[in-house]
Design a protein. Sequence first.
Length: 277
Amino acid sequence: MIEIGRLPNSRAAQAFVDYLKGKQIECQVQPLMQGVAIVVTHDKDAELASKEFAHFIANPYENKYLQASWEHGDTEAKLDYGAPSLQLFSQFITGAGPLTLVIFALCTLIYAAMNLGFGAPVYEALSYFGAVPDTSTVQFWRVFTPSLLHFSAMHIIFNLLWWWYLGGRIETRIGTTPLLILLVVAGTLPNVVQYYVTGPNFGGLSGVVYAVVGYTWVMGLRKPSAGIGLPPSYMGFMMLWLVLGFTDFLGVSVANGAHIGGLLIGLAQGLFDSRKK
């Protein structure tokens, strides 16, 4: 038996397995500590199954996979997904890696502290150089820590959903290292850009979010076998959001410099990583 790929969601994996059954390829889903593995029974089918898996990763919502579930799914199977709350928590954990979850938790804790009476000391400790008195370049963390600050519920929800969804895919399917590079580089350099554009009063993970958006999009186009990709409609939405940031339509201050800087970093790293065999 040969493993051809892994998915964080067992239901999506089952849909793909049902599709392969329709092509007379015997395979099965095997549970892992995080997500599931898809294993082909016969070695002769591995090459074709791998090509189909790459296509599935790039286009998981095609109707043929849903149709395959209807035609070839096991109607006798009785799956126990447990309580809905436990199911959601399980999907949240298995859909991301440790780095994704740590940053998610850290941003959430910082936002909670800022809204529970500790806003001033948290901002003083984490804001960019010059945002508060008595800061100096010795406090090197300030080039990154503004990325962990969020100032509204919409701000943090938007950023963390994208971070979990795309960052989690990058980490579980490619590895922690590329995500860590994106986090560090896109969490620092765009902050420098934003400082020179508007000054030191800014914050948010959106520079990193645009980096993982750009990275995922490029990898999906140039290296679909990596197992990540971004549907054109999602990329279009993020580009529209980027453009709207330069207008008064959103009614809030938007860190446009960080957004553009993060996107360029993600595109560049995606181009570099997609060159590797």
